[in-house]
Design a protein around this ligand. Structure first.
Ligand SMILES: *[C@@H]1O[C@H](CO)[C@@H](O)[C@H](O)[C@H]1NC(C)=O
Ligand SMILES: *[C@@H]1O[C@H](CO)[C@@H](O)[C@H](O)[C@H]1NC(C)=O
Ligand SMILES: *[C@@H]1O[C@H](CO)[C@@H](O)[C@H](O)[C@H]1NC(C)=O
Ligand SMILES: *[C@@H]1O[C@H](CO)[C@@H](O)[C@H](O)[C@H]1NC(C)=O
Ligand SMILES: CC(=O)N[C@H]1CO[C@H](CO)[C@@H](O)[C@@H]1O
Length: 691
């Protein structure tokens, strides 16, 4: 069965420990799709199966950083690319396209990496392709790397990746948006050409994260497989993030975990270093020092030991934007490991921000000051590139986030790239870091296993980031379903076991009364579209409903509440008075009615933030409710402001001044009208504008 084939790819590789039996792929997908049938009897979520096993420690996966002991070579650029025909998607596997060079067996084109492959060509078949596509790159492995350990690291391949190196199975990875790596040392041809082949499969089924379904549908030329999913963004696929080769010495810094604290006027960085590559009976020497942002050592002597504390008198704390004149201050933790007189020293430099985080039933505090979030849900999405990392778009997005006065965002609906989060750390944005579970339903053990795995990999990657102040363990799951309580209890427990230092949330969307998941969270986030999906066109049915719902969530769970999504689709350039849905005026008034609710809620003491859906317009699957995609952005897809962006900007900068005492008020928030108006508007601000 189709869904079984999908699972088989992963299962077979795991079972055989690095040897894919490609004969398993030679059976073409048969007639009937049975994605709805649970693949195994263990898929039941019966209470007896509830005993959360320990999270299981993953090997470290530090971001590749150059140092005296580490070299990096990028494999980004054009790769050979081939697509099996839609009526025979397993052709590549059957013909062993990895065996002797893709261009020898298939018709290839040049495909840029990183990028999604969907929107680059003019081919409808490629945009809507379902199943594996093939990438290949040849490159020279430097002869000077012969005595090093060499790794290849993929920032993200969506959804399922199978990787061959010089024709041999290397590694496979499931779940897009998260990095993976594999060692090449024993397989590489040093000083010669090497070949890396990747099959990327975009199929989503009932037990993938996120979920989707595949149906057989009659078309003009016979039956075809059709992918559908309930989430509202296009399922872009490809090699989405950089592919890097890098070296380490034999004994190396495998992982670093840091925790920071402030005691009186003393900053403390607690660190745990895992050393990789040790032979039996070898004892590593681990030395740790801290550097300031100006690259000066703090203290005279390194601290020795794989576990320890670095004390920093009068530390410069990591603050979010608007809460400090110097947001995003980062120290560097310099870790050196070696087996003395035996191995070359490995040096790894990890950026670290010193901050504290604490939460109560009504607030989330950073450095003992309460946070009020003002920002967005976003997407990694741009024209032509799809979900591929694009540093130009990344930089533009942060420029716009600064311009509009936001202090944070949620990485809806999957983990964003390392590069994007590095900038959040440095610029002082607050991040709610979300795993790729969207619209979660049909709970099963196989789904739970992958869902937990996505959180393990997410936390392994982002645990040291000061910008990450919350884990979002799902978006809009069906928390009213009978198994939802049991399911999310386990996901929450898993997450808290991996990281007890950050609060967890879910962007909830079911009714307060029927929800079964909120009890396991630290903070309640909710998505609601008053005036849009409900009571469309009724601007007079927003403010009180938002307030009532936020209060109901707080009353039910006695936890801090934030509104994680609200908004209205808007066609840029469409103006209409009085306000009519899809017009710029309607979007602006929808926001205003929410702002009113938020200000009243803030006075209640438990309401901790407002996130507009969405930062920018983005691509979705084709449907009659979407014009070129979702248009709820306050910026267009090419990152220009809609009318409402100026309105939001005035609010966010006002909040920065009012709540955080931010003195960097932009001079151009208001355009000059007349001196009479300026005096008037001072008075107007104090009265109800909606009369
Ligand atoms: C979940 O199950 C329902 C009912 O069987 C089905 O309609 C729906 O498509 C399933 N969702 C997924 C993602 O498989
Ligand atoms: C129809 O499908 C067959 C294989 O099933 C394929 O060979 C043929 O090219 C298809 N025709 C069109 C017009 O797509
Ligand atoms: C390493 O070598 C130096 C000089 O050869 C020697 O002084 C030192 O004791 C050695 N250290 C260890 C741990 O063997
Ligand atoms: C927070 O809420 C919990 C559960 O509702 C309650 O037991 C606890 O006393 C509350 N804490 C405070 C400080 O109000
Ligand atoms: C997991 C699985 O079904 N593996 C099968 C792969 O194919 C060989 C024969 O070609 C079977 O023996 C395995 O059981």
């Amino acid at each position: 069965m189709w869904s079984h084939f999908f699972l088989l790819v992963v299962v077979t590789i795991h079972v055989k420990g690095g040897e894919v039996d490609v004969r398993n792929f030679t059976t073409p997908a048969p007639e009937k799709v049975t994605a709805e049938v649970p693949p195994a009897e263990t898929d039941d979520l019966s209470p007896t199966t509830f005993s959360d096993t320990s999270p299981g420690s993953l090997p470290g996966l530090l971001y590749p950083r150059e140092s005296e002991s580490r070299e990096i070579k990028s494999l980004d650029g054009f790769w050979d690319f081939a697509v099996p025909p839609s009526h025979d998607v397993l052709k590549g596997h059957r013909e062993e396209w990895y065996a002797s060079g893709l261009s020898k067996t298939a018709k290839v084109m040049q495909m840029p990496v990183p990028s999604s492959y969907n929107d680059i060509t003019t081919s409808r078949a490629l945009r809507d392709h379902l199943g594996p596509v093939w990438y290949e790159k040849t490159f020279f492995m430097p002869a000077s790397w012969k005595n090093k350990r060499v790794f290849i690291r993929f920032g993200s391949v969506h959804y399922l990746a199978q990787v061959w190196f010089n024709g041999q199975v290397l590694v496979n990875h499931e779940i897009g948006h998260l990095p993976f790596e594999a060692e090449l040392s024993n397989l590489a041809l040093f000083g010669q050409k090497n070949r890396i082949t990747v099959a990327v499969d975009n199929m989503l089924v009932k037990t993938s994260v996120p979920q989707g379904r595949i149906d057989d549908v009659e078309a003009d030329n016979g039956t075809v497989k059709v992918q559908s999913y309930t989430f509202d963004f296009f399922n872009y696929a490809g090699i989405h993030r950089p592919v890097l080769l890098y070296t380490k010495p034999r004994v190396f810094v495998e992982d670093i975990t840091t925790y920071t604290a402030v005691i009186a006027d003393m900053g403390v960085i607690e660190y745990h270093v895992t050393v990789g590559g040790l032979n039996e009976k070898e004892t590593p020497l681990c030395q740790v020092r801290v550097l300031t942002a100006a690259n000066e050592y703090v203290g005279n002597q390194p601290i020795t030991g794989t576990l320890g504390f670095v004390k920093i008198p009068s530390p410069r704390l990591w603050w979010p934007r608007s809460m400090s004149n110097d947001p995003g201050y980062m120290y560097t933790l310099e870790v050196t490991v070696s087996v003395p007189n035996v191995t070359e020293a490995d040096i790894y430099r990890l950026p670290v921000g010193i901050r504290t985080l604490r939460w109560t039933n009504t607030s989330l505090l950073i450095n003992e000051r309460p946070i009020y979030f003002r920002g967005f849900g976003r997407h990694e999405d741009s024209a032509i590139r799809g979900r591929g990392l694009d540093l130009v778009t990344t930089t533009r997005d942060y420029e716009l986030l600064k311009w509009v006065g936001a202090n944070g965002y949620r990485t809806s609906h999957y983990p964003y790239s390392d590069e994007v989060l590095d900038m959040a750390d440095r610029l002082g944005f607050l991040i709610i870091d979300e795993c790729p579970s969207v619209d979660t339903e049909n709970f099963s053990q196989s789904l739970l296993k992958r869902h937990k795995q996505s959180l393990s990999e997410l936390i392994r990657r982002d645990k040291n980031r000061p910008s990450v102040v919350m884990w979002s363990i799902a978006n809009e799951p069906r928390t009213q379903l009978p198994d939802a309580g049991l399911y999310f209890k386990q996901v929450a427990h898993h997450t808290k076991t991996l990281d007890p230092t950050r609060p967890i949330t879910i962007a909830l969307a079911r009714n307060v009364l029927e929800d079964k998941a909120g009890q396991y969270l630290d903070i309640i986030s909710f998505n609601r579209y008053n005036g849009w999906y409900s009571n469309t066109g009724r601007l007079d049915m927003i403010t009180k409903r938002v307030m009532a719902e936020a209060k109901a969530w707080h009353e039910k769970y006695n936890k801090p509440v934030l509104m994680s999504e609200y908004g209205a689709d808007t066609m840029p350039g469409l103006h209409e008075l009085p306000e009519y849905v899809w017009s710029e005026e309607y979007q602006m008034e929808t926001m205003s009615r929410h702002f009113d609710a938020f200000d009243q809620l803030r006075a209640e003491g438990f309401f901790i933030g407002e996130f507009i859906w969405n930062f920018a317009d983005f691509r979705t699957a084709q449907t009659y409710t979407r014009v070129g995609g979702n248009k709820k952005g306050i910026f267009t897809r090419d990152r220009q402001p809609k009318m409402v962006a100026h309105h939001v900007r005035r609010r966010y900068h006002s909040l920065n001044a009012e709540i955080d005492g931010d003195t960097h008020h932009p001079k151009d928030l208001e355009n000059y009208v007349s001196s009479h108006y300026s005096k008037c508007s001072e008075r107007v601000k104090k009265v109800d504008l909606y009369i």
